[in-house]
Write a protein that binds this ligand. Structure first.
Ligand code: B16
Ligand code: MG
Length: 216
């Protein structure tokens, strides 16, 4: 029975995925190679340092630990600069309406993000108080596809993982939800998000009944 919905942040609630991509791409370019949108899919939902490792592998570049820390910090600074322009209007279409349906049906709402910037982003879009719990990159020890992010969220909300739906735009996130025994709804391209119980292109016109149907 559906009791809680756990939302990923980047790429689900707000389109910060484009800013992450732009910041990583410019770092790759600086190192002398390109980062394609396909390669970028591997970075979604993955922590900052793990993302950097994947990028360095793509470019076949080896860096010492100190340089890696500096590059990650530079990427984050660039990312945050891009995020400065964000306002409540940048919340993806239909997200607020869908959450209103959840509230009306007494279904709990939580956030499950790998990002250490999650609270800052939520403040920009004025959504900090929409979530009964916020699990972000500062709270977890094992990133997606490990289920820790979402299991902590379910625990905070006092619900069983099997009573939760996870909304995710990342392959790693869908795997994390499945690994945690939750229903996984992909937000994006069905070809990329194989393994989801359902893939939606966005929240516009999504009715709660469609999600509840997944529990029958
Ligand atoms: P930060 P999500 C993830 O957020 C992003 O998808 C991923 O691209 C990013 O590397 C990760 O957060 C860490 O973000 O550098 O801000 O700590 O999709 O799990 O909400
Ligand atoms: Mg995401």
């Amino acid at each position: 029975q559906l009791k809680a919905c756990l939302f990923d942040l980047d790429g689900v609630v707000v389109d910060t995925a484009q800013f992450h991509y732009a910041a990583w791409k410019s770092l790759a370019n600086q190192l002398g190679f390109d980062l394609t949108p396909e390669q970028n899919e591997q970075l979604k939902g993955v922590s900052r340092m793990e993302s950097l490792d994947i990028i360095l592998e793509i470019g076949n570049v080896k860096l010492d630990e100190g340089t890696k820390q500096r590059m990650a910090a530079e990427k984050n600074q660039h990312y945050l600069e891009l995020c400065q322009q964000m306002t409540p209007e940048d919340v993806l279409p239909g997200v607020r309406d869908f959450m209103d349906q959840l509230v009306a049906a007494s279904i709990k709402i939580g956030l499950g993000s790998a990002s250490k910037n999650a609270r800052l982003i939520l403040a920009h879009i004025n959504m900090l108080d929409r979530f009964a719990t916020i699990v972000d990159g500062t709270r977890i020890t094992k990133g997606k596809p490990d289920p820790e992010t979402f299991l902590l969220g379910a625990q905070d909300l006092g619900v069983e993982p099997t009573d939760c739906v996870v909304f995710e735009d990342a392959v790693a996130g869908i795997q994390a939800a499945k690994n945690g025994g939750m229903v996984a709804v992909g937000v994006g391209d069905p070809a990329v998000l194989a393994g989801s119980n359902l893939v939606i292109t966005g929240f516009e016109d999504l009715s709660l009944a469609t999600i509840q149907y997944l529990f029958e």
